[in-house]
Design a protein around this ligand. Structure first.
Ligand code: GTP
Ligand code: MG
Length: 287
């Protein structure tokens, strides 16, 4: 049923976006992923569904399924991530201080988290339908040294931040905190936590900082491909407990992603399109 509906949505002729010159990853678009078996596709679109079977029946699933857009909405959101002459996706500029940040009017979202947690990789995966947009990733922590601004047409801006913790740039605090506090068009901060290692001391400090700043933010659990279901679920439930008891401005649902396997990337694209006001969600109960 689910696959049938997906194929209906993706019928030839309904997909008008132009694929970029460089070849995109085979799972970069829902259209390409739709050839996968139903269970795999379901886990790719809604990663929590792949974990549910391993979860004790007594655990409340609700907080993990609050944002559950329909396929129609995810397809709508994905279209924003294709570049075209009238909707250019591009690296815009970098800045090391908030007062050097570009004056952009469109809604902005930013990605923060420990060095090496996978911020740049996640942005690269979001932009995988436009692979000519260069987002640099590295095994070496502390790779991203500046705030890098990427514009998505006139719809929104995505900002890749340097990481905190090991090998963080010296001016991290001066750079990131004022940005989070004062940036007017910032509509959402995504705080990344490594799902394969769970919450670390530095993550708790970042959560505290976001709470103090008191602007809406969302926790994104990265690298969910990197560990077994047991470890991931333990880390996830621990995180959920902290979110429930120690946060107020955090969106109660952690979003799960793997930038390498594209798990949760379509859902995150839809979330960004939604919070920036770039799409209106239609019926969300179609899953
Ligand atoms: N297995 C796995 N590895 C990942 C994933 N995302 C990122 N990585 C790896 O983690 C390392 C760090 O990735 P980056 O995206 O550069 O991390 P970052 O948070 O931008 O790091 P800094 O710029 O140093 O703050 C790289 O070796 C990536 O390949 C993922 O989803 N799964
Ligand atoms: Mg980086």
């Amino acid at each position: 049923m689910f696959c049938q509906r997906l194929r209906l949505w993706l019928q030839p002729g309904t997909w008008v976006c132009v694929m970029s010159q460089k070849s995109a990853h085979k799972l970069a678009s829902i259209q390409k992923a739709s050839v996968l078996p139903q269970k795999k596709l379901q886990a790719l679109l809604y990663p929590f569904s792949g974990l549910e079977a391993y979860l004790d029946r007594s655990v409340d699933r609700t907080p993990f399924q609050l944002f559950q857009p329909s396929l129609e909405n995810m397809v709508k959101a994905e279209k924003l991530f294709y570049t075209s002459p009238s909707h250019k996706i591009d690296y815009h500029t970098s800045a090391t201080r908030t007062d050097h940040a570009p004056m952009l009017k469109q809604p902005e979202v930013c990605f923060i988290g420990r060095s090496n947690v996978g911020k740049s990789s996640l942005i690269k995966a979001l932009f995988s339908l436009t692979p000519e947009v260069e987002v640099r990733v590295s095994k070496t922590p502390g790779h991203t040294k500046k705030m890098n601004f990427f514009t998505v047409g006139k719809a929104f801006t995505i900002v890749d931040m340097p990481g905190y913790g090991h090998r963080a740039p010296k001016d991290f605090v001066d750079m990131v905190e004022p940005y989070l506090c004062t940036r007017k068009n910032l509509v959402r901060t995504f705080l990344l936590v490594d799902g394969s290692v769970g919450l670390q001391k530095a993550d708790l400090i970042a959560l505290e900082m976001c709470e103090e700043i008191s602007r809406p933010y969302v926790v994104v659990v990265t690298k969910i491909d990197k560990c077994g279901h047991g470890t991931l679920l333990t880390n996830l439930l621990n995180l959920q407990e902290v979110m429930k008891t120690q946060t107020t401005t955090c969106f109660p649902q952690p979003l799960l992603v793997s930038s390498l396997q594209f798990l949760g990337i379509y859902l995150l694209r839809c979330f960004i399109a939604h919070v920036t006001g770039s799409i209106q969600l239609s019926d969300t109960s179609q899953r």
